[in-house]
Design a protein around this ligand. Structure first.
Ligand code: MN
Length: 235
């Protein structure tokens, strides 16, 4: 049985709920059945949504409201969606309590970190002046941009079967204080955290966008295949 992968769907222009087709295709390619969870779903309905899904993919998106980690926004934080924040924070916490397999991407990584007590750099260029580039403007989102070093012995390194790889990069925020119960499994050469994983192995989170890389660069597909394999055995 192909596992059902719940993916949160954010609000788009014209009163729609949306996700990018690269997420949908990456899940299907890896053997999963994607189902979209609109972010306007009530947090109190998370238990039912989790009953219906075998695993979760938490996608990229707008900045999380800094108040959720105890800060006021810097002026570079301009686009937030508190409804999305509240739904995803609740969904992630309840999923983690059930050890539901999860792959979190970009904003997803940041929400995971905040959900369990971590904090974020709100704007890398102004708050981490020593950092390299993390927001490429290439023609294609599948263009590899910077190097990521994987932590030896991490689940992420085992899944990808590498010590180092080159990824795309579309973020201006990053993990500042790591949430308790998590470890860093990937970093850029400038020290910016590019991957975190939970001690129980249920949550894997990356700061880059593997769903955009997976079609052109097969070395990113194991991230999705790992989610599907874990979700299938979680049924
Ligand atoms: Mn980056």
């Amino acid at each position: 049985m192909r596992p059902i992968i719940g993916m949160t769907a954010c609000r788009g222009e014209g009163n729609v709920y949306k996700t990018n087709d690269t997420y949908v295709k990456a899940v299907i390619r890896a053997g999963g059945v994607p189902v979209l969870l609109p972010i306007a779903a009530r947090p109190e309905d998370c238990p039912r949504l989790l009953d219906l899904t075998d695993g979760l993919l938490i996608p990229g998106g707008v900045d999380i409201a800094p108040q959720f980690f105890g800060e006021e926004p810097v002026k570079e934080v301009t686009c937030i969606d508190r409804v999305q924040d509240e739904f995803e924070l609740e969904l992630i916490r309840q999923a983690a309590a059930r050890k539901k397999p999860m792959l979190a991407i970009c904003r997803g990584l940041q929400v995971v970190n905040v959900a369990f007590g971590g904090t974020l750099w709100q704007d890398i260029p102004t708050q981490c002046p020593q950092a390299h580039g993390h927001n490429q403007e290439t023609e294609s989102r599948s263009e590899a941009y910077h190097t990521v070093c994987l932590s030896p012995g991490s689940r992420l390194a085992a899944v990808l079967g590498k010590e180092e790889l080159r990824t795309n990069s579309y973020h201006h925020q990053a993990v500042k204080d790591l949430a308790p119960g998590f470890s860093v499994c990937a970093q850029a050469k400038d020290g910016v955290i590019e991957g975190i994983e939970s001690a129980d192995g249920a949550i894997l989170a990356v700061q880059w966008h593997p769903e955009c890389m997976a079609e052109r660069h097969p070395e990113f597909r194991p991230l999705f295949e790992d989610l599907i394999r874990r979700s299938a055995s979680n049924k």
